[in-house]
Design a protein around this ligand. Structure first.
Ligand SMILES: Nc1ncnc2c1ncn2[C@@H]1O[C@H](COP(=O)(O)OP(=O)(O)OP(=O)(O)O)[C@@H](O)[C@H]1O
Length: 301
């Protein structure tokens, strides 16, 4: 395994930022680490990269315990922190040379040019970092994370704050890096996971709540449902009484309901009967599968 986390615990006062989580990432996998704000993603990543000590459990990278041997693990990890700390007064090449020196990279000139090409920095590579757009600054961060050719990349929200074109471009870079490296990257955006990842680990309030391939997640949690919108407000009991095969009922907007039932066709009929009987107006009635976005919302509520 390239990454293994076992019963990891990190507390701040009484708050468990990371609460006994365990997961593993195999060599060559691209795994999305997904969760709402404050879920514990950055904390886990900081422990994995040796920047933070856990209060319990272990974190391993390429078979080495991070806390026991931080130097060896740092040499095998490329880390792009959420804040992407860069020296704005330095030129792109100057900064990458500096990072190459920090990592004791041999043949620095050659490696700096290589990473510039890998992350698509060539057109902006003669500028000062402070003059670059956010997307290009992010590329500099990625290039720095790659400079020592690590086996594992840990990227903390690499596309946050970028415009839609830049997001797609950075995703492309991540996807192509994933052909040769193990990547764990955090995001809030489910489409990003769908676009880039083999697998997704969802974390909420410090706990892993799903660890599946996207297809598994969909079939495990995704279920056919009806979404109905009435013109009128109504009590949930009306729907509970009307639909005989109801398995789940959720109010998604003031007059809109999501209904899961074992017999969807019958449920639709019963909804129409309810509307006629009670003089209610159905504005829209759709059936389909829960999208991954909806799934994420319902898992992390
Ligand atoms: N240094 C700290 N002191 C106190 N609490 C902290 C500290 N760092 C993180 N926390 C808390 O731990 C929890 C997890 O934070 P973390 O930054 O790991 O979440 P996250 O999933 O990365 O969130 P985001 O998506 O917003 O970056 C949060 O409630 C946060 O407030």
């Amino acid at each position: 395994m390239s990454i293994r986390v076992d019963l990891l615990l990190k507390t701040y006062g009484t708050q468990k930022a990371v609460n006994n989580i365990s997961f593993a990432v195999g060599k060559g996998e691209i795994v999305g680490f997904l969760g709402p704000n404050g879920a514990g993603k950055s904390t886990t990543m900081k422990i994995l990269t040796g920047y933070l000590q856990p209060d319990g459990g272990t974190a391993e990278v390429c078979g080495t315990n991070v806390q026991a041997d931080p130097l060896s693990t740092k040499s095998r990890i490329g880390y792009l922190p959420e804040s992407n700390p860069l020296y704005y007064d330095m030129y792109v090449r100057e900064y990458l040379h500096f990072m190459a020196e920090v990592h004791r990279v041999g043949n620095r000139d050659k490696r700096v040019e290589e990473v510039i090409v890998i992350v698509g920095l060539t057109p902006e590579s003669s500028k000062k970092i402070g003059q670059l757009s956010k997307g290009y600054k992010q590329r500099v961060g990625l290039a720095a994370a790659l400079i020592h050719d690590p086996e594992v990349l840990i990227l903390d929200e690499p596309t946050t704050g970028l415009d839609p074109n830049q997001i797609i471009e950075i995703r492309e870079v991540i996807r192509s890096l994933g052909q040769h490296k193990t990547i764990l990257f955090s995001t809030h955006i489910l489409q990003e996971v769908e676009a880039v990842c083999d697998r997704v680990i969802i974390i909420n309030k410090g706990t892993v709540i799903a660890d599946n391939t996207l297809a598994e997640l969909q079939s495990k949690h995704g279920q056919p449902l009806i979404r109905v919108r009435f013109q009128e407000a109504l009590e949930p009991q009306w729907l509970e009484r009307a639909i005989s095969s109801l398995t789940q009922l959720e109010q998604v907007a003031p007059q809109e309901w999501e209904i899961a039932a074992s017999d969807l066709e019958q449920a639709k009929k019963q909804l129409l009967e309810l509307a006629m009987r009670e003089n209610l107006n159905i504005v829209s009635l759709q059936s389909g599968e829960k999208s991954l976005e909806e799934l994420f919302r319902s898992l992390t509520k």
